[in-house]
Design a binder for this molecule. Structure first.
Ligand SMILES: C[S@@+](CC[C@H](N)C(=O)[O-])C[C@H]1O[C@@H](n2cnc3c(N)ncnc32)[C@H](O)[C@@H]1O
Length: 240
């Protein structure tokens, strides 16, 4: 099995631990669709509510990941002035969650991007939440040329560090976007710590960017919390 398949397999195992037993007619467990199969998940971040179609079928991006929820919470916590009139681009959007929240918080245009298999669920989530006027779905494979996207004031990425061969590609895309968008562009990068190899991502990132913790405090479930917790860190990147 290639490294890509191993990482993908590990993530899918978390979603459906019995999936290896469902391989064919001889299997111990009858073949089933993925555990998360076209479900609508209602999600709330403060006063922002949305319905998210989740489906593990198109791959690991088809469900909402924890760093995406943390970044969504942060955007809501910052209030509507933070995103008003801004054009935003999200990398590795998966279901589109973070970008949809950015649109609900008043961004003038949000470009949610991912690889081809995810575009359908992203489009469905845009329609499900009635955000066709402000959100566009665009294929963007890290490391490949950035399509012409117009001015970008903010780049968002959540839970995008998990597959080692993609590390240089993701860094390259962040570099390309930072150049295109210019120094005023805010890059929010929400990272969930998973494996030791992640260090290699940050070694590559360090050659091109500096970053700082977004250590702001907010109240959640009546308790004061920061955005860096439970292995999740929210960073603001600056190109060197
Ligand atoms: C763990 S998921 C996180 C999804 C979403 N940001 C969230 O927080 O719920 C990682 C996402 O990165 C995307 N991705 C992985 N490799 C990519 C690549 N080379 N180019 C573009 N997107 C990629 C996957 O398709 C997936 O949607």
């Amino acid at each position: 099995m290639s490294t890509e398949n191993l990482v993908e397999a590990e993530i899918l195992d978390n979603i459906d631990p019995l999936r290896h037993l469902r391989v064919d007619d001889e299997a111990f467990v009858p073949v089933q669709p993925p555990t998360t199969h076209r479900q609508i998940q209602p999600l709330s971040f403060g006063d922002v509510h949305l319905d998210l179609l989740v489906d593990a079928g198109p791959g690991c991006g088809g469900i909402a990941w924890p760093a995406g929820e943390v970044l969504s919470n942060y955007l809501v916590h910052k209030g509507p002035e933070y995103l008003r009139h801004k054009r935003v681009l999200e990398l590795g959007s998966g279901t589109g969650l973070v970008g949809l929240v950015a649109a609900k918080m008043g961004a003038s245009k949000v470009i949610i991007t991912d690889q081809l298999p995810l575009l359908d669920i992203m489009n469905q989530n845009v329609a499900l939440n009635g955000l066709q006027d402000s959100v566009v779905v665009q294929e963007l494979n890290w490391g490949s040329e950035i399509p012409s996207l117009g001015e970008i004031a903010m780049v968002l990425a959540a839970d995008c560090v998990y597959f080692e061969p993609a590390f240089p590609l993701l860094v390259q895309t962040l570099v390309d976007l930072a150049k295109l968008a210019g120094p005023k562009c805010d890059i929010l990068f929400c990272y969930k710590q998973r494996r030791k190899a992640d260090k290699r991502f940050f070694a590559l990132l360090k050659k091109q960017f500096t970053w700082s913790d977004v250590g702001e405090i907010h109240v959640e479930d009546g308790q004061e919390r920061t955005y860096n917790r439970e292995g999740i860190s929210l960073y603001r990147l600056k190109a060197k």
